[in-house]
Design a protein around this ligand. Structure first.
Ligand SMILES: Nc1nc2c(ncn2[C@@H]2O[C@H](COP(=O)(O)OP(=O)(O)OP(=O)(O)O)[C@@H](O)[C@H]2O)c(=O)[nH]1
Length: 568
């Protein structure tokens, strides 16, 4: 029911906010914005069932967003990062379409798809096994999101497990508290180490830190020249001592120089090898001893998949590292390295390279990465936010009130605040399909009017908030509220009228939901369109007359025979 409430309330909020208080707008005429809300509500209604409609509505938005992302994936992004994994996982969600709940039986097939997708992404088998087990355990039984469809529940569980798998939180670079921070880079040949040195210096420069590069690859003279050129390109000094000096000696001299120059961060490039050999490890150990580095980062090529994770493990065992830098993520369509490094080696990926330019280095955010893999991005966090603000119990209580036409100003305020808590109105609106054409000016106007209404409601007594009839009956009360809130009497009257209109409108919409079958997208949308466009004498007039009758009903309890606005 919650979705209906939020739609109906939101729709009414907007018709209220852009309706009665905007210039040249009749209180009963639905505005464009209200119409959009109504039609978005109808779109979402199509996928709703009779319970937990709020969460379902949010997931309706998720669906539409996912559909878009999936379309994008198919078209543009697919060829890019992790495209293969994304499409593999899609098969799993599809298998759950039409199911009511997740069961031990119906997750067998989707779990097989997930397993296959991860193996094809070159994630190592033990990691895949643990992942699939963790997802299965959560999918059946505990930890379900109430009211969300099974395929969406599974997306959420997989998302959370992916984030966990990749290390959960972003793992920041550590800086030394005194003296220069020393970062020692290691890695096999051709993985992008030399490029990373300069990219990292450039990245730190943007954070206001000075760096110096030390050219320690004495076996490939071109590597020294390459580092000098890249250093010039990003505007940082490079310490070189030729190819005749031992790397550990170069490291020592470079560090002294950096201390003299009061450089913040020293980045040491080292020689790569085609594969791990004892000579390289011994040399690295020696350099590490001399430098006593704050960070020892292994640079690994993302395109090597689970091999990258194995390398991180070996280097960690041999020389002790603090983390990894994953390069060439831009060319990686599988994702095995990003998914396996932390789980296999216990060491986090700190940074990722996503292109050849000096700017193409950024922190590794597990949550964003999971979002990209699933094609969900921000939408998942929005769902969580929405769930936080809309408690199930509140929603059920509200549903009862709406059905018995007892929706009052307290509920109105609560709903307004719930919507506001979900984020700025612009953001909320932006998440709803079909709402793209709302102009910023309209949103600003809506926000302003919500504040205006809040001020008037705050000036009401608790009794008046609970019984809007009191205000319908008494101009004195309305005058007092106008005075206390600094608004006009007309504005207060309009707000009261609006609440009665909302009661009718919400009850009608809820009635459609309650009364037997769930309407299909097309017939509900048509019904709403017809209602909005109805000529005089049809649905709209009927609705209006019903809200008038409610006023009249409330007015009939008082002595005066006159209707809304009569003197008490
Ligand atoms: N597409 C892409 N290319 C990258 C990235 N990082 C590095 N490269 C390219 O990879 C190639 C090898 O990079 P280098 O920095 O020379 O590799 P290296 O590890 O220093 O090599 P050795 O000195 O032989 O050990 C270069 O052509 C880089 O431009 C990245 O994130 N994306």
């Amino acid at each position: 029911m919650e979705a209906m409430q939020i739609s109906a309330t939101a729709s009414s909020h907007f018709s209220a906010t852009l309706g009665p208080f905007s210039t040249n707008r009749s209180p009963t005429k639905p505005t464009k914005l209200a119409t959009s809300w109504a039609s978005s509500a109808s779109t979402n209604l199509a996928s709703l069932s009779s319970r937990n409609l709020f969460t379902r509505e949010i997931w309706g938005w998720v669906n539409s967003k996912t559909a878009t992302s999936r379309r994008e994936m198919r078209g543009v992004v697919r060829a890019e990062m992790f495209g293969q994994l994304t499409s593999g996982l899609e098969a799993a969600w599809t298998k759950l379409k039409g199911e009511e709940v997740l069961t031990k039986e119906n997750i067998v097939e989707p779990m097989r798809d997930i397993r296959r997708a991860l193996l094809e992404a070159d994630v190592s088998l033990p990691v895949v096994r643990r992942f699939v087990q963790a997802v299965s355990d959560q999918a059946v039984g505990v930890g379900l999101i109430r009211g969300v469809k099974p395929d969406q529940q599974l997306v959420k569980i997989v998302n959370d497990e992916l984030v966990k798998l990749m290390g959960g939180e972003v793992s920041e670079l550590v800086f030394s508290k005194s003296g220069p921070t020393v970062i020692l880079l290691a890695g096999l040949q051709g993985v992008g180490k030399t490029t990373v040195c300069a990219k990292l210096a450039n990245y730190l420069k943007k954070q206001g830190k000075s760096s110096m590069l030390i050219a320690g690859d004495v076996y490939r003279p071109a590597a020294i020249d390459q580092l000098v050129i890249l250093g010039e390109q990003v505007g940082v000094p490079v310490y070189t001592a030729g190819t005749e000096v031992k790397p550990s000696e170069i490291a020592k001299q470079g560090l002294e120089e950096a201390k003299k120059k009061k450089i913040d961060v020293v980045i040491m490039d080292t020689a790569g090898r085609l594969q791990i050999d004892k000579g390289m490890m011994d040399e690295l150990k020696e350099v590490k001893k001399v430098l006593n580095p704050t960070e020892v980062l292994l640079v690994v090529d993302a395109m090597t998949g689970q091999e990258a994770a194995a390398l991180v493990t070996t280097f960690n065992v041999e020389i002790g590292i603090t983390g990894a830098i994953l390069t060439k993520l831009d060319g990686d369509s599988r994702g095995g390295a990003a998914l396996s490094v932390k789980e296999v080696s216990g060491k986090p990926i700190k940074l990722v390279g996503r292109g050849e330019r000096m700017e193409d280095l950024e922190p590794f955010y597990p949550d964003r990465m999971a979002g990209r893999i699933l094609g969900m991005g921000d939408v998942l966090s929005f769902v969580e936010k929405a769930q936080e603000v809309m408690r199930q119990e509140d929603a059920e209580e509200l549903q009862k009130k709406i059905m018995s036409a007892k929706f009052d100003f307290n509920d109105f305020l609560k709903q307004t605040r719930a919507v506001a808590r979900m984020g700025s109105m612009t953001r909320v609106i932006g998440m709803i399909p079909g709402m793209g054409k709302v102009t910023p000016a309209q949103v600003r106007e809506a926000e302003k009017n919500l504040k205006l209404m809040e001020a008037m409601i705050e000036a009401m007594t608790p009794e008046e908030r609970e019984k809007p009839e009191l205000l319908a009956e008494s101009p004195d009360r309305r005058r007092r509220i106008a005075k206390d809130s600094g608004k006009t009497e007309q504005q207060v009257s309009q707000l009261v009228a609006q609440l009665f209109q909302m009661r009718v409108r919400m009850k009608n919409l809820m009635g459609i939901m309650e009364g037997g079958s769930i309407p299909t997208l097309s017939n509900l949308e048509n019904a709403m369109k017809a209602e909005q466009a109805a000529p005089p004498g049809t649905a709209r007039r009927k609705r209006r007359s019903e809200s008038r009758r409610q006023f009249a009903d409330s007015a009939s309890t008082r002595p005066s025979p006159r209707g809304f606005g009569a003197k008490n």
